[in-house]
Design a binder for this molecule. Structure first.
Ligand code: COA
Length: 319
């Protein structure tokens, strides 16, 4: 019997503080009109002082477990995707495990920046399909506001904080149909935070981005990846009900939708309100569309993302 991973429940969490483009106009040489036209972003959420990645991850995880109708004792794997962990170690997954009162199961972080959730869910899917786990909690959470240079208009306007989570379970019904992961470190300089442990913690702990080049790479990569995902599951564009894309920029999302011949009504878009929440962006969008009733059981979804590394990937699934 083929074993699939099925999503049992989803959850999300956004910090309370809303930062609008008009707020950014006060400190940056930018304008609401420019940001809306070039990115589609109107607002983003920013974590309060002292509010951490694990705080957001915990709320999203609790909501996903409640939606799945499961308590902590049912979870036997925790994977957290983040680039902004609370501490260097323990991993955010271990911190989350302690908060949720889960003991003994494997718990680890995956770092693939904005592709993090696609990586984390792919890893968890492999645990489930091989029988190493039965029910996994997979979280994408980031407080990117902490690694932004708020004086850099090229990056500060784009990002927001948040967390999204899913609980998956082994099932004979599909489920996740295909997963595709990629990376190419040759493009490491396009999007990076140069500071790190290797230089004794010195160096700039803030994001640097060559936005225009990232934009062009994203459109090219995502064009390829959607065909690859459909081919892997012997499907065509016509089989897709929803695109749940990484929420980086509305123009990149529109280009992917065009490639798929999908009308924008079939694309889940949260970038206007959330900005780019990095590893949280895909699971947050999924949670929004599940909770407002757009995504229904039995429908086919394509999730995709790209991010620093560069990394990119997709997951095709029956919800
Ligand atoms: N406000 C006003 N003007 C700005 C600006 C801002 N926030 N940021 C850049 N500009 C200016 C530039 O300085 C440039 O001015 P110039 O023509 O006088 O040199 C002009 O706007 C055009 O800049 P450009 O970088 O070509 O704009 P763009 O249309 O590519 O939009 C991004 C910039 C960053 C919005 C866009 O490149 C993008 O979204 N890239 C992908 C980034 C991304 O998704 N990163 C995360 C990946 S996970």
């Amino acid at each position: 019997m083929t074993v699939y991973s099925r999503i049992l429940g989803t959850g999300g969490c956004l910090p309370e503080r809303v930062v609008t483009n008009f707020d950014l106009e006060k400190t940056l040489d930018t304008s609401n009109d420019w940001i809306v036209e070039r990115t589609g972003i109107h607002t983003r959420r920013v974590a309060a002082e002292g509010e951490t990645c694990c705080d957001l991850a915990e709320q999203a995880a609790r909501r996903a477990m409640a939606a799945a109708g499961l308590g902590p004792e049912a979870i036997d794997l925790i994977v957290v995707a983040t680039t902004t962990p609370d501490q260097i170690f323990p991993s955010t997954a271990c911190l989350l495990q302690q908060r949720l009162g889960i003991h003994g199961c494997p718990a680890f972080d995956v770092q693939a920046v904005c592709t993090g959730f696609i990586y984390a869910l792919t890893v968890a899917d492999k645990f489930v399909r091989t029988g190493s786990a039965r029910r996994a909690l997979v979280v994408g959470a980031d407080t990117t506001s902490r690694i932004l240079n708020w004086e850099d208009r090229g990056t500060a306007i784009l990002f927001g904080d948040g967390a999204g989570a899913v609980v998956i379970e082994a099932s004979s019904d599909p489920g996740i149909l295909s997963t595709k992961l990629h990376a190419d470190g040759a493009y490491k300089d396009l999007l990076q935070v140069p500071g790190g442990i290797g230089n004794g913690g010195a160096g700039a702990p803030y994001m640097e981005m060559r936005g225009n080049e990232v934009f062009r790479m994203a459109v090219t990569i995502l064009g390829r990846i959607v065909d690859e995902a459909l081919e892997a599951a012997s499907m065509t564009r016509a089989d897709l009900d929803w695109l749940v894309p990484h929420q980086a920029n509305i123009r990149i999302i529109q280009a992917t939708a065009r490639k798929l011949d999908l009308p924008m009504e079939r694309v889940v878009v949260t970038v206007g309100q959330h900005g780019n929440t990095s590893a949280a962006s895909v699971p947050l969008a999924l949670d929004v569309a599940v909770r407002d009733g757009r995504i229904q059981r039995g429908q086919t979804l394509l999730m995709e993302a790209f991010g620093g590394g560069l990394t990119w990937g997709s997951i095709l699934l029956r919800y």
